[in-house]
Write a protein that binds this ligand. Structure first.
Ligand SMILES: CC(C)(COP(=O)(O)OP(=O)(O)OC[C@H]1O[C@@H](n2cnc3c(N)ncnc32)[C@H](O)[C@@H]1OP(=O)(O)O)[C@@H](O)C(=O)NCCC(=O)NCCS
Length: 158
């Protein structure tokens, strides 16, 4: 099985929304997907197998709050269809997004939130060097806590 990564295109929206709803309880409006794409088109990637999208990652760059610290990359959402998991697609999507954040936007750090029960995702993030920074109590709508995880991007800087 081989897959290929490419940037999201607006005509991919229905398929990405389908994957998001199939894989995650955190769902977003069409407008949110499209406005994130328009702001950071090179940080919204899809993975294709035989021309069919089976996974995506959507990220953005967030400016510092109150002028503290520099801009940081933020992984908003990543998902791979169940039948295509454990084949390295999630790793490839995340690695490519992290490398683009460092090289194209010059950010030194990336962060994300993940459900404390989401062992597969936490394992993926730890494998790529993310560390748990803190617990965000009741972060999700159903009350579950999140880990705030972050990773220095210095190893990706050109
Ligand atoms: C998290 C997710 C994107 C991983 O995608 P993937 O394509 O299966 O990831 P990879 O094949 O690149 O796996 C990389 C590593 O992550 C870890 N991992 C992935 N799935 C795992 C699982 N079910 N259990 C334990 N570790 C797992 C392993 O260390 C794996 O490496 P290995 O296969 O060599 O052991 C996928 O499971 C998914 O879409 N989950 C539902 C959506 C989701 O939870 N998104 C994250 C929200 S924060």
């Amino acid at each position: 099985m081989s897959f290929r990564l490419r940037e999201f295109r607006p005509e991919d929206l229905e398929r990405v929304i389908f994957i998001n709803r199939t894989c995650l309880p955190e769902n977003y409006t069409r407008g949110f997907f499209l406005s994130t794409y328009r702001s950071f088109p090179d940080l919204f990637l899809v993975a294709e197998v035989d021309g069919v999208i089976v996974g995506y990652i959507m990220c953005r760059i967030e400016r510092s709050i109150w002028g503290l610290g520099g801009a940081r990359g933020h992984v908003i959402s990543i998902a791979v269809m169940p039948e295509h998991r454990r084949k390295g697609i999630g790793t490839a999507l995340l690695r490519e997004a992290l490398s683009r954040m460092a090289e194209r936007y010059g950010v030194g750090e990336c962060f994300l939130e993940v459900r404390v029960s989401n062992t597969p995702a936490i394992s993926l993030y730890e494998k790529l060097g993310f560390v748990r920074k803190t617990v965000l109590k009741g972060y999700y709508l159903d009350g579950e806590d999140a880990y705030l995880m972050s990773k220095s991007l210095s190893s990706f800087a050109s």
